[in-house]
Ligand binder design. Structure first.
Ligand code: 3K0
Ligand code: CA
Ligand code: CA
Ligand code: ZN
Length: 658
């Protein structure tokens, strides 16, 4: 039973174990003190120790479906156990996730029994029930059994209950113990008279948000479910008791959440869960105002559809009621699992908010990881060459993107002074024949260049000039034959036109040169003079590349100098897509308002022979929609996280493409 010493002794020398135990002192309550029990008439409830072994037994009986871990420790040092339930449970699959928790309030023992009942239900009916299999296999359900094991243990530890709500954290300067965990969340904490600032109060919010180790651990866990810029948890149920109600955000104000569809879907799902359990449903504030509570943070901080479910009709339901009351609420849990993949489908708005499965999003936690994800999705190990450019500006990656597209190679990004781990991991996977660094030592350091030599057998070279124009010219000079049929020229002062041009330039192995809006840089002119292309195509209208500059280029070609242009970057990208045929395997979508997530997209789209269109973070421009309607691609590839291309924009693009 002494959990902590055993874990410590497995990893640390004995003297350190002793020192740690002494340092932790009395906070190691569960290891040191007598095992707590429930009052004898309620022995059907699980003590913390009984709960721990029950969870472990179920995990052992269903190793492929259940994986138990700890999200952290309570104030007194008890592990906060979470069970993940899914098929292939050891793998983080791309499935909608659901979080269920219990035990915020010490005396609400039925909420812990409910969490355990959910685990029992999902595992014990998995083999016999097709609908359980669908729910378990289709989602990744996290069950956090007891957020306040110190409080529940204290409450149940006597011959009668102690009516204890808060955790067991001391408050400096007072003899009052405990923080109300459900007032300690950092969203509108203490804002609105829905909590107390006084330590003796039942609703004491703590000295600051997240001050309780239990709520801080839950925050770390939930924040950690943001992967590739997306919160994986879609629906959250927090079990409490009592009242037989289901409530949803906001709790701190009577106003509904601002987004109309979220507001309607929160209510629709909440009301249906209530109906299924024979409960009442309402916005939390209508029950009574609270602030710093969990569901407001879950929704406000993460846009998770979050519900407090108050079980039963009395404070201390006798243990005979555990089975009936948990069974009564189980249909609400099933409903939540059923709607996790797209909560808005509860109000018939699924196609607006949830892109279909043939829309693939390539995103990482930052620009470097996004570029790596884009590369990983399109390029296979053994590529002849990989290009590496700075991630802090766009010109080098764009001019290099055309060369990469020609070579069937990816562009990856780096910081000036250090190679990001996502880039390193992708290079290790790719094993490129050689590596080309784009830009001089002031943008990609010698240290990074030298580090890159470890990822290829073929050496690392650099291409760069005195400025972005000279760098683009140098990249072109390294691989463009004289007399090539067409050269593309885009502004060097913004990225969208050049980005969209890369897949088109790739069709003729053409280089991409850069120009200033009102004057043709010397390095660009000199490279055009060397190539003497069959014709020159300028990206964008006269506002981005002036007519004067266009005229200056005429001396370098016997053919025409023409524009591909629209009224704005979205129209220009759409015009670039026109030569691509309908019925393509894919079309790429990038944001037209921020370069970092889009930079690596050009060569990847080129690799598939498909165009790259632009969207805003929150809207699908008509010109983009028009090309999607014409091309009708079999799939869409969205570059970057929700912040740069929302699911709503991706879903709108999908509707345009069908
Ligand atoms: O979101 C909520 O409305 C929370 C209600 C919850 C609370 O924290 O006050 N009710 S309880 O304490 O009686 N379980
Ligand atoms: Ca799974
Ligand atoms: Ca997952
Ligand atoms: Zn409660």
């Amino acid at each position: 039973m002494p959990m902590e010493p055993r874990i410590l002794s497995a990893h640390r020398p004995v003297s350190l174990v002793l020192a740690t135990l002494i340092a932790l002192g009395s906070s190691l309550g569960p290891a040191a003190g007598p095992a707590a029990a429930f009052p004898s008439y309620d022995s059907g409830y699980h003590t913390y120790e009984e709960l721990t072994s029950a969870i472990r037994d179920i995990e052992a009986a269903h190793p492929g479906l259940v994986k138990v871990s700890s999200i952290g420790k309570s104030h007194e040092g008890r592990d906060l156990w979470v069970a993940k339930v899914s098929d292939n449970v050891a793998t983080d699959e791309d499935e909608p996730e659901v979080l269920i928790d219990g035990g915020h309030h010490g005396r609400e023992h039925l909420s812990v029994e409910m969490a355990l009942a959910v685990l029992k239900h999902l595992t014990s009916t998995y083999a016999s029930s097709e609908s359980t299999r669908r729910r378990v296999n289709g989602t990744e359900t996290w069950i956090l059994f007891n957020l306040n094991p110190d409080g529940t243990t204290f409450d149940g530890g006597g011959s009668t209950y102690r009516d204890w709500r808060k955790n067991r954290q001391p408050n400096g300067g007072t003899s009052a113990i405990g923080t109300d965990l459900n007032r300690n969340y950092g969203w509108k904490w203490g804002c609105c008279g829905g909590s107390s600032g006084s330590p003796p109060s039942e609703n004491y919010r703590g000295p600051r948000p997240w001050s309780s180790p239990e709520v801080a651990a839950l925050k770390r866990f939930v924040d950690g479910r943001v992967i590739g810029g997306r919160q994986q948890i879609r629906i959250h149920l927090s079990f409490h008791s009592f009242g037989r109600v289901v409530v949803w955000p906001w709790a701190h104000t009577g106003a509904g959440v601002p987004d109309a569809d979220d507001r309607a879907a929160l209510a629709a799902i909440g009301n249906e869960m209530a109906r299924l359990a024979g409960y009442r449903g309402m916005q939390s504030h209508a029950l009574y105002p609270t602030d710093g509570d969990q569901i407001d943070w879950m929704y406000g901080g993460h846009r998770i559809f979050s519900y407090t479910v108050e079980l039963a009709d009395r404070r201390y339901p006798p243990d005979e009621m555990i089975a009936t009351e948990t069974a009564r609420a189980m249909p609400a849990v099933q409903y939540a699992l059923d709607y996790a993949s797209c909560p808005w489908s509860a109000i018939g708005r699924g196609s607006v908010h949830c892109p279909p499965s043939w829309v693939k999003r390539l995103a990482g936690s930052d620009r470097y990881a996004t570029a790596a994800a884009i590369s990983r999705a399109s390029f296979t190990p053994g590529v002849p060459v990989a290009y590496v450019a700075t991630g802090t500006n766009y010109p080098d990656a764009l001019a290099g993107g055309a060369a990469a597209a020609r070579d069937g190679a990816p562009v990856l990004l780096t910081q000036q002074g250090s190679l990001p781990s996502a880039t390193a991991t992708e290079l290790a996977r790719l094993k490129p024949g050689r590596i080309v660094v784009l830009g001089g030592p002031s943008v990609v350091s010698e240290a990074v260049r030298s580090k890159l030599t470890g990822y290829t057998g073929g050496g690392v070279s650099r291409l760069y000039g005195a400025d972005r124009y000279a760098t683009a010219a140098a990249i072109s000079a390294a691989g463009t034959p004289r007399g090539i049929s067409v050269v593309y020229v885009a502004t060097g002062t913004n990225y969208p036109d050049a980005l969209a041009a890369i897949p088109l330039a790739a069709r003729t192995d053409s280089p991409l040169l850069l120009t200033q809006p009102h004057s043709l840089p010397y390095a660009t002119a000199r490279e055009l003079d060397r190539i003497r292309p069959g014709r020159i195509v300028v990206l964008g209208g006269s506002a981005v590349v002036s007519d004067k500059v266009l005229d200056r280029m005429r001396v370098y070609t016997a053919g025409a100098v023409t524009r591909i242009a629209g009224e704005d970057r979205y129209e220009t990208a759409a015009a670039v897509a026109v030569p691509f045929p309908a019925g393509l395997e894919a079309t790429f979508l990038a944001t037209g308002t921020a370069f970092p997530d889009a930079l690596a997209g050009g060569p990847a789209a080129a690799k598939h022979g498909v165009p790259l269109l632009l969207v805003t973070p929150s809207s699908l421009p008509p010109a983009t929609a028009g090309q999607l309607r014409r091309i009708k691609p079999a799939s869409l590839v969205v570059l970057g996280g929700l912040g740069v291309v929302s699911d709503e924009v991706a879903a709108a693009a999908a509707r345009a493409a069908r």
